[in-house]
Design a protein around this ligand. Sequence first.
Ligand code: ADP
Ligand code: MG
Ligand code: ZN
Length: 481
Amino acid sequence: MIEYELVIGIEIHAQLSTQTKLFCSCPNNFGDIPNQNTCPVCLAHPGTLPVINRTAVEKTVKAGIAFHCEINSFSRFARKNYFYPDLPKGYQISQYESPVCSNGYFEIKGSDGLPKRIRLRRIHIEEDAGKLMHETVKSGSLVDLNRAGTPLMEMVTEPDFSSADEVYDFLVRLRRILRYLNVCDGNMEEGSMRCEPNISIRPKGSTQLGTKIELKNINSFKAAKRGIEFEFRRQILCLDMGEKLCQETRGWDDNKGESFLMRTKEDAHDYRYFPDPDLQPLRIPESLIKQISETMEELPDARKDRLVKVYGLSENDVEVLCSEKTHAEYFEKTAERCNDPKLAANWVMGEVLRVLKNDSNLESFPIQPDRLGMLVSLIKQGKISGTIAKKVFELMLKNPDSPEKIVSERGLSVVGDDDSILKVVQEIIAEFPDQITQYLSGKEKVFGFLIGNAMKKMKGKADPAKLNQMMKDEIEKKKNM
Ligand code: ADP
Ligand code: MG
Ligand code: ZN
């Protein structure tokens, strides 16, 4: 039996987050009323002319810099000709021989756990097509041209991936970087990032590339992973049965977990690419590249390193906190407010992210860093216990007051006076004579049980340090008796 290995290269389309479309001033908005955002340019009325969107170019250059690409001072737009009802012009304006960026690379975690470089062949700019709506009316389909002419950045990697997990890791990191840079919002439900894996297999150890299959309509990173794993099995099965693989484009049915033949692969010459005579070649001056790289946002890895250095957090903590830029920002503001980074990190990772779940939108979270910082300060100063703080946190989700106010209005402050704590400690000792004997005979675990019961009796409001000390002292006295 021949053993096979996977070879994968991917093409990713990322929607550029710009205010307006690529060649006209229509809004670049998802979810508006169909055909609301259209004008003679994106509807391809005769005689109209495209004007390039500067922000789209700048964001593509920024991504190119982040991925160590050469930024080409000269690039050109080309027409890619094909017919489809969602493409009014009958061609898509894209880039062919001269993309904006070429020859970059990207670091991922390889299958062996070590860092691995994936080469980026190119990044180019192109316009998106409209959208056909097949399910809105009973017979026939409708077309929505709001998306027609919106800006996309297409990235093409070399066939450097050797497993579905590597591709998955790449996509997660890529999305994070594009979000950190405000290049693309990475919203998968809205189709802001779409990827097409090219998949082939070859006998293990061979250096020749096999015949590739391109997988289309993948709408999530998980689907990409499943699709690649399926293709690996399918292609091996074909070869084992003595069939030949031919280059084709296949669709992915995520419900069935199967790929299906869409078409045998078209070649570049089928599109009759030629330079678009309506657009000047794009010239990107050195000064613009310099300006963009000097004003670039901090990248996720740099931020992780800084959080470790500045706040003394662990690798695990920064991994969680830096998964989203907004999380990292929220943490830093909280840490500054309360001056206890470790405690702040625990609260952000524990309570805040628990309530937030998968919704990454911290902007509308009811507890902003300032108030969380105050709450953490209260714990730090010993004014409330951790248990009570959790209660206060829950109240703060619905109540905009400061944590101090909530604590004092509800009488949640720590009980610190020695008399009341001592009284409870003595009660507990009287209540659990067996446990006291066990503790005295060396079973130290019982101590937690005693403290837990004392805390319960004081409704979580005892000053934990004092309670611990007094419990120890009182038991000690018993021992000496
Ligand atoms: P095409 O001209 O058909 O678009 P390209 O050679 O330009 O093909 O490559 C498109 C994508 O397919 C790139 O991401 C590339 O890395 C990948 N690719 C090319 N050949 C293979 C192969 N044999 N196996 C897997 N991926 C491949
Ligand atoms: Mg291709
Ligand atoms: Zn328009």
